[in-house]
Design a protein around this ligand. Structure first.
Ligand code: OXD
Ligand code: MN
Length: 603
C-alpha cells in the first residue's frame, strides 16, 4: 500500500492561511513552480482544518478510523512495506566541504545534490495537493524556539506534524515577532515511494532540508530528526547551545525536592519508558514527570547551570512491547487521539501489537494488510511500528514543560544496549571524563533504522545518526560548553541490558530503574555512597536501594556492578579503534582521557 493521495479542494476558510512573510511566499511559489501541484493548501493548525484533513485522509484510505469506543480520536496508517524505518545510508549532510560533515556522516556536494533533487522533484506533485505546514520547535516563548515550514504532498505528514509540533498560526506569529527572521525550509515529497529514489538531505548552511521517496516518520517529519537534531546540532554549535538525542525527566522526592535529568540512549532503547517511569511501591511518594522523550535543547542559564527544553509537542514512540506492565503511562497516553503506524488492526477496529497486555486476538489484519492469526509466522505489528500522540495525553507531563527558559539539569545520563562489559551504572569522574564516556558509548542496533539488528556499534552521545556536522567538532563543542558551565550536571552511564553467562537479563528494568535514578539523585545531592573504580564512581551493592525487589538474586547485583578486566581490555581497544576510524578529528583531551583510563586499569 502506499500513501499517495489525490488533490483535494477544501471548503472556503480551510487551507487558505497564507503567511504575510514575503520570503516564505516566494519560496513556496518557487517549490510549486518546480513540483507543479494541482493546488496549495496553507495549514493554520485549527480544529476545523484537522477535522477536514482527517476526513479526507480516511476517504483516500491513507488513514483507517479506529473504533471510537476503544481508541477515541485515533487512526491507523500502513506505510509502504519498503518504507518502515530511518535510512541512514541515504541520509546526507550537504556542507560545502566533506570535512564539515566529518567522518561519521554521508556527505554530498550541495550544488550537485540540489540539482539531483530538483530533477526528481520536477512535476512530482502533479495531481496532488501541496501542503504548507508552519511549525515551531520549542515552547513559543523560549529563546531557543525555532520556526520551520514543511512543504509536503503527504496528508499523513500534515496530520502527524500537528501532533508532533506546535503547528499553524502560532508559528506564523512567532516568525513575525522574531528579531532574526530565521526559519527552516523543508521540502518533502513521497515521489513514488521507491527505495531507489529515497534521499534525506540536509543543507545546514542554508537551514534547509529536502526529503524524497519516503513516508516513514523519522525520514519525513522534518521537524524531528532533521531540524531538531541534525540542523539543530549545527545551529547549536554556531550559537553556543546543545541539541541532543535525550529524554528529559523530573524526579521529585517525597519531601518535594526536585531534580531534572537528561538521558541519551540510541533509538528504541527505552527512552520513552524511562521518561514516564512509575516508581515501584517501595518508593512511595517519589514522582517522575516527563519534559520530553526524545530530544533536548539545552542552553547555559544566567546562573551557569544547564537548562533544557523539549522542542517537540508529541511523542513518536515504538509500539511493540508497550503494555500496562512495561509503561502504563504510555498506554494512557496512546489511549486516544493517536496516529498508529504499522500495527495490527483487530476485527473490532482496535489496534494490537506484540507485547500488548492480554491474549492475542484470534484474528487480525497485520501491518501489511494481510490476514493474521496467532499461528501466523510473521509478526502482526512491524517491530518499528509507531505511535504519534500529543504530549498533553501524558498523565505525568511535567508542569514546567512550556517554560521557555527550560528546566535546570542536575544529571546527564548516557546509556546503551550492552549484553556485557558496561555496569548497571557508573558516574564519570568529571565533565571531561563524562564527555569521554559519552563519546565512546556503544549499543546494539535496533529496528529503528534499516540494516542489521543486534550489532554493537559506537554511537557517541546516541548522536551518530543525528549529528549534523563533524563529530570531532561536536565533541570539542561539548568540552567547550563544560568549560563555560559554573555548575555542570554530573554525568553517568547506565546499562539496563547486561546479561548473565546464560543469556538472561540481569536487571528487571522499567519501573525498577528508579533504584538507579535514586542513586543518581543522591549523588547530585552530595551523597558519598560510592567507590572509585578505574571507570568512574560505582555504587556498592548496598548503596542501591533494592528493597522489595522480589526474587532478585543478590548475585545479580554483584554481576551488574562488576568490572571484568578482560572485557575492559577489549573495550579499551574498541575505543582506540573507534577513535582511529574517525581519522584524526578526536579532540586531544579525549585521546588523553583514553590513556588515563588505561593507566587506571594498570595500577
Ligand atoms: C526515533 C529514532 O524515532 O530515534 O526517535 O529513530
Ligand atoms: Mn530518537
Amino acid at each position: 500500500m502506499n500513501n499517495l493521495a489525490p488533490a483535494i479542494s477544501p471548503p472556503s476558510g480551510v487551507g487558505d492561511s497564507k503567511p504575510a512573510n514575503q520570503a516564505v511566499l516566494d519560496w513556496v511559489q518557487e517549490v510549486a513552480r518546480l513540483t507543479q501541484p494541482d493546488n496549495v493548501f496553507w495549514c493554520d493548525g485549527s480544529e476545523r482544518e484537522n477535522v477536514y484533513l482527517l476526513d479526507q485522509a480516511c476517504r483516500q484510505k491513507v488513514l483507517i478510523k479506529l473504533n471510537e469506543k476503544k481508541v477515541p480520536g485515533s487512526y491507523l496508517h500502513r506505510s509502504n512495506p519498503n518504507d518502515v524505518a530511518r535510512v541512514e545510508q541515504f541520509t546526507l549532510i550537504c556542507t560545502p566541504t566533506k570535512e564539515e560533515a566529518g567522518p561519521t556522516n554521508h556527505w554530498a556536494d550541495p550544488a550537485e545534490t540540489y540539482s539531483k533533487l530538483n530533477a526528481m522533484l520536477k512535476g512530482a506533485m502533479k495531481g496532488r495537493t501541496m501542503f504548507v505546514v508552519p511549525y515551531i520547535m520549542g515552547p513559543p516563548d523560549s529563546p531557543l524556539a525555532k520556526v520551520g515550514f514543511e512543504i509536503t504532498d503527504s496528508i499523513y505528514v500534515v496530520l502527524s506534524m500537528r501532533v508532533m509540533t506546535r503547528m499553524g498560526t502560532v508559528a506564523l506569529r512567532r516568525l513575525e515577532a522574531s528579531k532574526d527572521g530565521e526559519w527552516n525550509r523543508g521540502v518533502h515529497s513521497l515521489l513514488d515511494v521507491n527505495p531507489d529514489r529515497r534521499w534525506i538531505c540536509h543543507f545546514p548552511q542554508d537551514n534547509a532540508i529536502i526529503s524524497v521517496g519516503s513516508g516513514y516518520g523519522g525520514n519525513v517529519l522534518l521537524s524531528k530528526k532533521c531540524l531538531a537534531l541534525r540542523i539543530g546540532s549545527y545551529l547549536a554549535r554556531k550559537q553556543g547551545w546543545l541539541a541532543e538525542h535525550m529524554l528529559i525527566l523530573g524526579v521529585e522526592s517525597p519531601e518535594g525536592k526536585k531534580h531534572y535529568v537528561a538521558a541519551a540512549f540510541p533509538s528504541a532503547c527505552g527512552k520513552t519508558n524511562f521518561a514516564m517511569l512509575i516508581p515501584p511501591k517501595h518508593f512511595a511518594g517519589w514522582k517522575v514527570t516527563t519534559i520530553g522523550d526524545d530530544i533536548a535543547w539545552m542552553q547555559i542559564g544566567g546562573d551557569g547551570q544547564l537548562y533544557a527544553v523539549n522542542p517537540e509537542n508529541g511523542y513518536f514512540g515504538v509500539v511493540p512491547g508497550t503494555s500496562h506492565k512495561s509503561n502504563p503511562n504510555a498506554m494512557k497516553s496512546i489511549a486516544c487521539d493517536t496516529i498508529y503506524t504499522n500495527v495490527a488492526l483487530t476485527d473490532d477496529g482496535d489496534v494490537w501489537w506484540e507485547g500488548k497486555d492480554g491474549a492475542p486476538p484470534a484474528h487480525a489484519i497485520d501491518w501489511r494488510g494481510n490476514d493474521w492469526t496467532p499461528d501466523s509466522k510473521d509478526k502482526a505489528a512491524h517491530p518499528n511500528s509507531r505511535f504519534a500522540t500529543p504530549m498533553r495525553n501524558n498523565p505525568v507531563l511535567d508542569p514546567d514543560v512550556e517554560k521557555g527558559e527550560g528546566v535546570p539539569i542536575s544529571a546527564i545520563i548516557f546509556g546503551g544496549r550492552r549484553s556485557d562489559t558496561m555496569p548497571l551504572v557508573v558516574q564519570a569522574l568529571d565533565w571531561e571524563h563524562g564527555v569521554y564516556v559519552g563519546a565512546t558509548m556503544a549499543s546494539e542496533t535496533t529496528a529503528a533504522a534499516t540494516g542489521a539488528v543486534g550489532q554493537v556499534r559506537r554511537d557517541p552521545m546516541a548522536m551518530l545518526p543525528f549529528c549534523g556536522y563533524n563529530i570531532g567538532e561536536y565533541l570539542r563543542h561539548w568540552l567547550r560548553i563544560g568549560a563555560r558551565l559554573e555548575n555542570p550536571p554530573l554525568i553517568f552511564n547506565v546499562n539496563w541490558f547486561r546479561k548473565s553467562a546464560d543469556g538472561k537479563f540481569l536487571w528487571p528494568g522499567f519501573g525498577d530503574n528508579m533504584r538507579v535514578l535514586k542513586w543518581v539523585i543522591d549523588r547530585c545531592e552530595g551523597s558519598e555512597a560510592a567507590v572509585k573504580s578505574p571507570i568512574g564512581w560505582l555504587p556498592r551493592p548496598d548503596d542501591l536501594d533494592l528493597a522489595e525487589l522480589g526474587g532478585f538474586p543478590h548475585q545479580n547485583i554483584v554481576e551488574l556492578l562488576g568490572i571484568d578486566h578482560e572485557e575492559w581490555k577489549r573495550e579499551l581497544a574498541g575505543h582506540g579503534e573507534f577513535f582511529e576510524s574517525l581519522g584524526g578529528v578526536v579532540p586531544d583531551e579525549l585521546l588523553k582521557q583514553r590513556e588515563k583510563l588505561a593507566e587506571r586499569f594498570q595500577v
